[in-house]
Design a protein around this ligand. Sequence first.
Ligand code: HEC
Length: 393
Amino acid sequence: MSGFIVDWLNLIIRWAHLVVGIGWIGTSFYFIALDLSLRKRENMPEGVYGTAWEVHGGGFYHVEKYLVAPKSLPPDLLWYKWEAYLTWVTGFGLLVVQYYWNANTFLINPSVLPLLPSQAVVISLLGLAAGWFIYDGICRSPIGRNTGILAVAVFVLIIAAAYIFSHVFSGRGALIHVGAFVGTIMAVNVFGVIIPNQKKVTAALLAGQSPDPALGAVSKQRSVHNNYLTLPVLIMMVSNHYPMLASTGQTWLVIALILVVGGGTRHFINRHDAHDPITKFWWALPVTAVALIAAIYVTAPRSDPGLAGMEVSEGEVLTIVARHCVMCHSPRPSHEGFDAPPKDVVLVSIDDVRRHGEQIMVQAVNGDAMPLGNETGMTDEERRKLGAFILSR
Ligand code: HEC
């Protein structure tokens, strides 16, 4: 019963997370495209930097951007902040119900590091908090004055986080933590820097003073980081459904390539939105393609020539699945927290193993995503036997 309730909680929070996340990233994409498409036109009001004409849903819209702010501001100014805050809140909720609640199953892998659930949770919380403070410190330090060096420093910080998380947590636990690490930086950028600075600027203007231009410059820097991190963070959030991403033993490299693919794609879209000539930004496409091919290459399963000749009996296979899989993958799982076979995958008979052969290769032979957290200590030899049996079908 408790597994059933937690599953519903998980589903509801996940649904909310998707909705607010789409809202956040949607407004972010929209405002960047709007900003980059502003043009100087005749008869613009005083203080207006540029205007854009848009058509959507049967109507035409005319938007004017004020560089600082108009002389007077209406009381009903629209702010865009709750999308970001709620994306973090629901994301953290999901981390709790999915990873903290069943930390032994999802977050910890004793063969990586034998942690107690409480230790794993503390490391997770400290890791996310440390990520923000280190990132913020780098941005405020002299490094932050040079956009290029700062970009490299943030890139290295995220790769270092991937390296550390993958030496502490299970494969999927590590990947989701890199996503949460980046997502936390992005959300706190909005909550702790961009919105407070905007409030100070607004208050100064309402009081008839001229706001400090540094406030706007800092917000711009953080917002550019958020812009380039949106695509990588999305793939990190769905990464745990793809065990090949964590099966290389070099999660940091996979994350580095994801950052290049996502950041490069975002750059291409940005410059396209800005109507730059393609000759100025075409290079982003080959760079992205090479990084993507490299990611596919490093995550490709290594062929194991020994498997083909290995003789494995049906009895041995059934013993392996009985020891490592059936407690979850049976019509009535005996494992705590499971009321139904996950993903409807039942592995009690030899026919079941045959039917799910391809998936088992991905989950338990080429990678070690299953059994979850390797709770039962499945050995490499057992994985090879399972693989040899599936290949010999
Ligand atoms: C502790 C419970 C548990 C154990 C033990 C376990 N699994 Fe799983 N299995 C899961 C969960 C949970 C999922 C769903 C994962 C997800 O949604 O990403 C799953 C999913 C799967 C899938 C489907 C993946 C897909 O989406 O295509 C396969 C195949 C699988 N497991 C094979 C195995 C094999 C083989 C073993 C034993 C070597 C095993 N599992 C042991 C919990 C378990």
